[in-house]
Design a binder for this molecule. Structure first.
Ligand code: NAD
Length: 477
């Protein structure tokens, strides 16, 4: 089945792909849902056309080919379903296979500790799996999220049932097939489709030991509440409104590139985006001139073309929500320096796509909605500041704490600011790079637990202590 859809991908162009293969993966194969009801259309963001009908009620029914070899086909499918540019999708797939290789390597290195006790006795610890883990994904990095959750889960000896977002159901099942081809036993990685209802069933299931969730803060709270009832462990990768601080002593060219990286990847639909860009007053004019010039030059259009730098937003309601944030920002006194409007590419097949022009907002204040809330679209809010002390306090004045960034040539300042920012990641003189070796996760309401890096082993395993007596038991009674 994987072959069927993947085989059409090399020659595929925007608006030509229809998916008909079933997208649930259970006991080692793709399976149709038992009931074909409540079907919802899944839209291709670049054309606005339906390319798959997803059944939201799901019920169980009854030679290795490397991921690397399939990367281009999977990336194309990811583009058709998600709307991001092919250049970015290829990077996502590469990060996914790097993550799987990384945890496959770590699997053999899982080890406990040996502890010497008085009288020759000793104890040792064993790292054991948790059992069945559930992964629930967001729609912005469909394949990559499935890999980030399943690779450490399986490496620690767990099974995983993964539920993609109903907006992007297409590629997780291919990961399941790749695992099978690589020798993963049937049933160890399953994919179930659906939305909130399916997610709820998974979080409440008594046999589930852990839920790893990526999504918004409100849904994350519900997941945590449901998991608490069953004393299940949770990892929550939630939203953000991250600060990016640009000091006047920065390398301006790199700071401008960093600000674009921090705001416009995947049409701005990135959880760790640095959307509050604080710029020291002295360099504000030069910064704005460069950033606006380059934002205007971003090529928005057919996401399957190599030249495209920004594709389409995930769906129509989301596009309208993002445009609504821009309108509200204007009403609250922000000035639109560029973009912020629906964009209609000249290619006739893209006229109904969910495109918008990337936006830079100036004249922003900390109390504006666009500065306080996660927009999850290509909208950068620029804020002036005077001193380091002031900007750190303002940067931390948020309930979120996913990421942060600082551009400066002053090495002491860079580390001092990194220490003082309340966020799970601080990028110094770069933004939005995510090597699999490095832990990723939130502070405050952006969640807890980590993905990637060695530490994630601790979130997918539990320690058993074995105490060994070498002498006689005390004759106490
Ligand atoms: N921190 C991270 O690593 C990270 C990464 C990507 C996205 N995000 C965040 O995700 C959000 C956007 O994604 P989204 O719109 O898909 O989020 P969402 O919260 O609407 O949905 C996320 C997932 O939860 C499922 N779900 C919905 N209701 C549920 C319920 N009651 N019980 C169980 N599952 C339920 C959805 O079907 C989907 O699979 C943004 O806030 C973004 O910042 C965070």
């Amino acid at each position: 089945m994987a072959q069927a859809i993947l085989d059409v991908m090399p020659g595929a162009s925007t608006g030509t792909v229809q998916v008909s293969d079933p997208l649930n993966f259970w006991a080692g194969k793709r399976v149709e849902p038992r009931q074909q009801k409540n079907a919802e259309p899944v839209f291709e963001p670049a054309t606005g056309d339906c390319f798959f009908l997803l059944c939201l009620i799901w019920s169980k029914r009854d030679k290795p080919l490397a991921l690397v070899e399939k990367r281009e086909k999977i990336a194309k499918l990811e583009v058709i379903n998600n709307g991001k540019s092919i250049t970015e999708a290829l990077v996502d797939i590469d990060i996914a296979w790097q993550c799987i290789e990384y945890y496959a390597g770590l699997a053999g290195a899982l080890a406990g500790q040996h502890v010497q006790l008085p009288g020759g006795a000793f104890a040792y610890t064993r790292r054991e799996p948790l059992g069945v883990c559930v992964g629930i994904g967001a729609w912005n990095y469909p394949f990559q999220i499935a890999a980030w959750k399943s690779a450490p889960a399986l490496a620690c000896g767990n099974a995983m049932v993964f539920k993609p977002s109903p907006f992007t159901p297409v590629t997780a099942v291919i990961l399941a097939e790749i695992y099978k081809e690589a020798g993963v036993p049937d049933g160890l990685f399953c994919v179930v489709q659906g939305g909130a209802e399916t997610g709820t069933i998974l979080c409440q299931h008594p046999k589930v030991a852990k839920v790893s969730f990526t999504g918004s803060v409100p849904t994350g709270k519900k997941v945590m509440e449901m998991s608490a009832k069953g004393v299940k462990q949770v990892t929550l990768e939630l939203g953000g409104k991250s600060p990016l601080i640009i000091f006047k002593d920065c390398d301006l060219e790199n700071a401008v590139r960093g600000a674009l990286m921090a705001n416009f990847l995947t049409q701005g639909q990135v959880c760790c985006n640095g959307t509050r860009v604080f710029v020291q007053k002295d360099i504000m004019p030069q910064f704005l001139e460069e950033v606006v010039k380059r934002t205007k030059a971003i090529l928005v259009g057919d996401p399957l073309l190599d030249s495209t730098r920004m594709g389409a937003l995930i769906n129509k309601p989301h596009l309208e929500k993002v445009l609504g944030f821009v309108s509200q920002a204007k009403l609250q006194g922000a000035r639109v320096l560029c973009g912020g409007e629906r964009f209609v590419p000249s290619d006739p097949k893209l006229v109904n796509g969910y495109f918008m022009s990337p936006c830079v907002l100036d004249n922003c204040r900390d109390d504006m909605t666009c500065v306080k809330e996660e927009i999850f679209g290509p909208v950068m809010s620029v804020l002036p500041f005077d001193t380091e002390e002031e900007v750190v306090q303002r940067a931390n004045n948020t309930t979120f704490g996913l990421a942060s960034g600082v551009f400066t040539r002053d090495i002491s300042r860079a580390h001092r600011v990194a220490e003082n920012l309340e966020a799970g990641t601080c990028f110094i003189n770069n933004y939005n790079i995510s090597p699999v070796e490095v832990p990723f996760g939130g502070y405050k309401m952006s969640g807890f637990g980590r993905e990637n890096g060695q530490v994630t082993i601790e979130y997918y395993s539990q320690l058993k202590t074995v105490v060994v007596e070498m002498g006689d038991v005390d004759n106490y009674f």
